[in-house]
Write a protein that binds this ligand. Structure first.
Ligand SMILES: [Zn+2]
Length: 183
């Protein structure tokens, strides 16, 4: 498990974003809001880098909810296969992967081998995401943070201790609209 180390104290702000930067994927998205005569709100990937949120877009809360569902989808499309690839390379096995919007963790691994990934990982730099994925895979072998765990993890990421220290302030990279408006 990787804990959030800083309490986030920001005022709730239901403002729709105009762009979404996803360093984990090297992607930058521009968002257009298209009012249409329907009660629901949906999102379309028109072309690479362009998202259209359509429907009852005056409801900012509904727009944010649909964008968070899209972030979960991108996590399932991109980070889950990456986790599976790293597992294959390292000879790790896990049971299943859940994608969630945890408030206090980037990821976790249960004793049953279920790995939970936060879609907020999308806002981290790619090498940090790789570290988090390897960290959880090592928990499938060793559940605690004992010296044995760190020895194992350092075989896959020699800089693991330094990366862990550097990541302490990285919740600031999660945009306010993602962090403060529920999961
Ligand atoms: Zn851990």
């Amino acid at each position: 498990m990787i804990k959030k180390c800083e309490a986030v104290a920001r005022a709730p702000l239901a403002v729709r974003p105009d762009t979404i930067e996803l360093p984990a994927l090297g992607e930058s998205w521009r968002i257009d809001y298209l009012p249409t005569n329907t009660r629901r709100v949906g999102v379309m990937m028109e072309q690479p880098g362009r998202l259209t949120v359509y429907g009852a877009v005056a409801d900012h809360g509904a727009c944010l909810a649909v964008l968070k569902r899209w972030l979960k989808r991108r996590t399932r499309e991109e980070l889950v296969p990456w986790l599976a690839m790293l597992a294959g390379q390292g000879g790790f096995t896990f049971n299943e992967v859940l994608v969630r919007g945890q408030k206090t963790r980037w990821a976790s691994c249960s004793s049953k081998g279920t790995i939970s990934l936060s879609y907020k990982l999308l806002f981290l730099e790619r090498h940090l995401v790789r570290y988090v994925l390897l960290h959880e895979l090592c928990h499938t072998v060793c559940m605690n943070h004992s010296p044995r765990f760190w020895t194992l993890l350092s075989r896959y990421e020699p800089e693991c201790r330094a990366i862990r220290r550097r990541m302490r302030g990285d919740w600031r990279r999660v945009p306010v609209w993602v962090e403060d408006t529920g999961n």
